[in-house]
Design a protein around this ligand. Sequence first.
Ligand code: DGY
Length: 323
Amino acid sequence: MNKPRILVARAIFPETIARLEQHFEVEHNQPDEIWSRQQLADRLKDKAGAFTTGSERIDAQVLDAAPGLKIVANMAVGYNNFDVDAMTAHGVLATNAPDVLTETTADFGFALLMATARRIAEGEHFLRAGKWDRWSYDMLAGTDVHGSTLGILGMGRIGQAIARRGAHGFGMKVIYHNRSRLRPEQEAEVKARYVDKEELLKTADHLVLVLPYSPSSHHAIGARELALMKPTANLINIARGGIVDDAALADALRERRIAAAGLDVFEGEPKVHPALLTVPNVVLTPHIASATMPTRLAMADLAADNLIGFLVHGKPLTPLNPE
Ligand code: DGY
């Protein structure tokens, strides 16, 4: 019997490809070419399944060109590259890769928080530039992390993992805002207190964004929200670009209306708003919060398991379409 044909839209681990090849005829973008939407659509024409990362937009236009497509498996927990309604309407299953990256991403969120608060990147640039010629009382003095107030916007699995690190590891007071409140026993476990968004913005010493991107979270942090934050506060975004208005943030940083920011995600990435590149009090990283080899392999395996689970055994592991 012919094996179902699938597309792997980006270069991924050879061992994941080998697993997929046991079940499917695989077209793999091994050279990791950047395809136009038309090139992606053309390659999906004869496929039953696709393996995507967060970079490939799957919407009605692409789906119209792929009548045999049954499933698209994202190697990411975030799935704002999917139009899930259009996928459901076209009878295409959408899956993501939750859980396997939670702790790794929370580690990175904390690393970025620490690097930002304690001005680690600025210090490194200062030293390499040969500017370090003496000790001085306020040289690169930053913000304390221990004992401070950690604010978390978005309290899913990653938000809770960050709360745990802050409360249990650093003695931070944790406050959060989310669409829905955690159950009392969950709040007790992560030692976090629910507050409204305004109190979160006004009170946090370090505000970490971990909410999913959707039209309703577009520019959830813009000029108005930044104006509510303390001038000593740090803002950390490990969620998605587009949640922060990067131009407004660059202004706030330049004018020291907030102390600093740590950003792993950007609107329109891999492009970065040019104004952010000119302010010193921001740590910029290229969307690497989940990037450890074991975690990336686990994410790839989960996406592959979804394809195998659905196309071979009729049961996906982490479906996203509404029932
Ligand atoms: C995710 O899983 O959504 C990450 O942002 C991709 O690394």
